[in-house]
Design a protein. Structure first.
Length: 422
């Protein structure tokens, strides 16, 4: 293994540069040196750096604020929470995953970032050698995108992976896929949003689309008007046939509720009809629910029970991005007051998780939960809801949404390329 500082002659110019390459082998350098320093007739030199110093990390983490500074739709994540995503001691993803982060520098300015990601739990679940890229942000320049994607792919290739898939930030259980339409629509909480030009950069690099994911939107008043009699009929039939009931989350027994949902999630979701699905570990589920506890409305979190046993459930959140939009990621000094003054004005609710055990699917339980969420959302002042992400060929999930009047209003594309080929 060759480490330390190595002087490289830039192949497209007369510049010699000294760069610290901490982990790559000599063969890797021979393959990728054109991407470590790149000149072209249209651009000045592009330097790809591994993220190591505090300054590098600051540049990597906060680069989205530069990309979206003039985008009226993007809602910045809360900075303190966002930093934790990249901290191994605070993000349980790193208990089964590895990540190498890179930044692209041009004329002394950061112009892009990317992470190469290994998700061992995905590989165990799907029995494959797929690696991932994620946290991609880039100016609208193909040369920069190519250099970033080449760096991620080379890192995965060194570790024996056969394909690079993404964007996954860091996994399919978080931000997954590249948004390809609906850019004028609201950036809903916990949903993917990206610059309009990313899909074109991916295609220009050679990534191929392999799966679409959909976000559904449904207007509360229209759907309840259309399904008013149907709600009562379905609920009465379920109660008669299955001794069915919907139970709200008890915030006083929050930890117990989390444990129940954790078990349900990993039973109700499988690799069938769920592209890229991986089970959430106990630590991951606990981490997510702890982060979301403060914005949870117990009336929007429900368990479906048959004969007293949990067979399904739904986690839905008020779209606090409507509150966070003006914060630019800063909770302090005074933005936190909005949590008390603006929360009741939220007009959207997002269905984050809704699932039913396989043996109870196709019985109307999912449709009833969608309709109940719509009804309860209206009761708290929300006028519409989003359900996402739904895989394009997951008919058991799509059908009830379409049947009650939902419509696809955003599309995301998962991209992939073989490693070793450009």
């Amino acid at each position: 293994m060759l480490t330390g500082k190595i002087k490289l002659l830039c192949p497209l110019g007369n510049l010699a540069a000294e760069v610290k390459i901490p982990t790559f082998t000599f063969e890797f350098l021979l393959r990728t040196r054109k991407k470590i320093f790149m000149n072209s007739p249209k651009t000045s030199r592009i330097e790809i750096k591994t993220v190591e110093s505090k300054a590098d990390w600051k540049a990597f983490i906060f680069f989205p604020w530069e990309i979206y500074k003039n985008d009226p739709v993007w809602v910045a994540p809360l900075k303190d929470s966002y930093k934790k995503v990249f901290q191994k001691e605070k993000n349980p993803f790193f208990l089964h995953g590895d990540m190498q982060t890179f930044i692209a520098v041009q004329n002394g300015k950061v112009v892009g970032r990317i992470a190469a990601i290994i998700n061992h739990l995905h590989n165990e679940t799907w029995k494959d050698r797929v690696g991932f890229f994620g946290f991609f942000e880039c100016i609208n320049e193909q040369e920069v995108a190519n250099a970033l994607l080449d760096s991620a792919k080379a890192w995965l290739e060194e570790r024996g992976y056969s394909h690079m898939r993404g964007p996954a930030s860091p996994s399919s259980n978080e931000d997954y896929g590249v948004m390809i339409d609906g850019f004028d629509q609201q950036h809903v909480i916990l949903s993917t949003y990206n610059a309009r030009w990313y899909y074109d950069l991916y295609v220009g690099y050679g990534l191929q689309p392999i799966k679409k994911l959909f976000a559904f939107k449904f207007d509360g008043l229209k759907i309840l008007e259309k399904n008013k009699e149907r709600i009562d009929r379905i609920e009465a039939a379920l109660k008669h046939r299955l001794n069915f009931e919907l139970v709200d989350l008890d915030m006083k027994r929050f930890d117990e509720g989390v444990k129940t949902f954790r078990g349900l999630f990993n039973k109700a979701w499988t690799t069938v009809n769920n592209h890229g699905w991986v089970p959430l570990t106990d630590a991951e589920f606990d981490n997510i629910t702890t982060e979301l506890k403060q914005i949870t409305d117990p009336r929007l979190v429900m368990l479906a029970k048959v004969d007293g046993e949990v067979v399904g459930g739904c986690i839905c959140l008020p779209d606090y991005n409507e509150v966070f939009r003006s914060w630019k990621g800063n909770l302090f000094p005074f933005n936190w007051i909005d949590m008390f003054t603006k929360a009741k004005k939220i007009k959207c609710v997002r269905i984050v998780i809704l699932g039913v055990l396989p043996e109870y699917q196709r019985k109307g339980l999912d449709a009833l939960m969608y309709l109940q969420i719509t009804k309860r959302g209206l009761e708290r002042g929300a006028t519409w809801a989003e359900a996402s992400y739904i895989v394009e060929d997951n008919e058991p999930m799509k059908r009830p949404l379409l049947n009650i009047g939902g419509e696809i209003y955003k599309t995301y594309q998962v991209m992939e390329t073989p490693i070793g080929l450009k």
